[in-house]
Design a protein around this ligand. Sequence first.
Ligand code: PLP
Length: 484
Amino acid sequence: MINKTIPLIFERSTPGRLGYQLPNLDVPEIPVSELIPEEYLRVEEPELPEVSELEVVRHYTQLSRINYAVDVGFYPLGSCTMKYNPRVHEDLAALPGFANIHPYQPESSVQGALELMYNLGKHLATISGLEATTLQPAAGAHGELAGLMVIKAYHTHRGDGQRTEIIIPDSAHGTNPASCAMVGYNVVEVPSNERGAVDVEVLKGLVGPKTAGLMLTNPNTLGLFDENIADIAEIVHDAGGLLYYDGANANAILGIVRPGDMGFDVVHYNLHKTFSTPHGGGGPGAGPIVVSEELAQFLPGPVVHKDAGCYCFSMPEHSVGRICSFYGNFLVYLKAYAYILSHGSDGLRAVSETAVLHANYMMRSLQEYYHLPYDRICMHEFVLSGKWQREYGVRTLDIAKRLLDYGYHAPTVYFPLNVEEAIMIEPTETEPKSTMDEFIEVMRKIAKEAKDNPELLTSAPQNTPLKRLDEATAARKPILRWSK
Ligand SMILES: *Cc1c(COP(=O)(O)O)cnc(C)c1O
């Protein structure tokens, strides 16, 4: 448990205490004023904590202990795939032959690294059922940007530049419309039907000569598989548009169904969600995209190709250009490659079967306690609604805060936007059943508390170092430094 009275490092400060020891100077001392022009010199001493090494160590260790992480406990943050990432991949990424190479080295001296990138691209192509890969994008949203740039280049190349619209369902991840705007496309929203899937009849009326494409994730962010995907693909293709697959959370379909077979032309994967790189806190990540043969010529580069047994970098013929410095986040590729090889095709399929089983187990265990807006078999995640609890004056936010009191990270809340009081849970394939059972028990308990003692929820959290925050202010105006 966290010690709530941890002194901040400035509060530990004792005048004259030092955290370092330096040997005596064995060269003549030069006054600072001779080294730095007068006007740049400080007038006052900086206000720094005066602490010993031990106090610094304790300070940072205690800070790390009030952080929540997958390594600490269950982290059911839907659409984020906060699963366990095997440590052996970190060991591989730390091997000096990988960790110490430099992007300016001649290609002949890094053939192994290039081979790895080449093979990873091939594996991702196999997994997606598409042809050509670029590993360049550094995140999922960056992959979306790259993929949409490729779609735009394709239309422009064909002299079909009047296509200005991308169709996106109302359940989409927020990065999808944002990426469209970045590329200069207008977003046309297609509503979900009563099964939580794309309303095909409405879609038919939305496509036309302005349609550049459709962006979809399948299973969608409700965790539901859209069975009409073949029809959807046909409608969009017949109108001259392309299909973009948001494959950020691919752990529902690996080895079971391929986006290429569903009719998609472009897909991005989040290596840092599905393929074993820890994430959160800003990276590094990787969001490679895989495209059909026809689109390969537009990919951002450089990409690795194989030429007479050697691996080298090249730019695709009509490439949209570079979108990342050097060759992207190589050590993330390495972890993904290791993850794919260590699982093999059967293992990847087992990942998905397990992720889907876990989500369905949890959904069925909770549906009597929380409203389930779409009562169907779910994929790797599911969405509940807190609307029953609202009758007792409790909102989804209060349920999420109460979970913190029980030592859990909260699920994703108020997303997707088309479910009121949404609670989006993704247990992931790496959790043992016992952890899921404990969480289910706590969720049931909270449902009971909402009825019997709603105050417990509306005043939560009580057991955390900080109580309830003004979330908007905390996000927009964070106080990141100590001050008196
Ligand atoms: C996480 C996620 C993204 C964005 O990925 P980043 O790496 O955070 O940019 C896009 N789409 C979906 C469905 C996601 O879950």
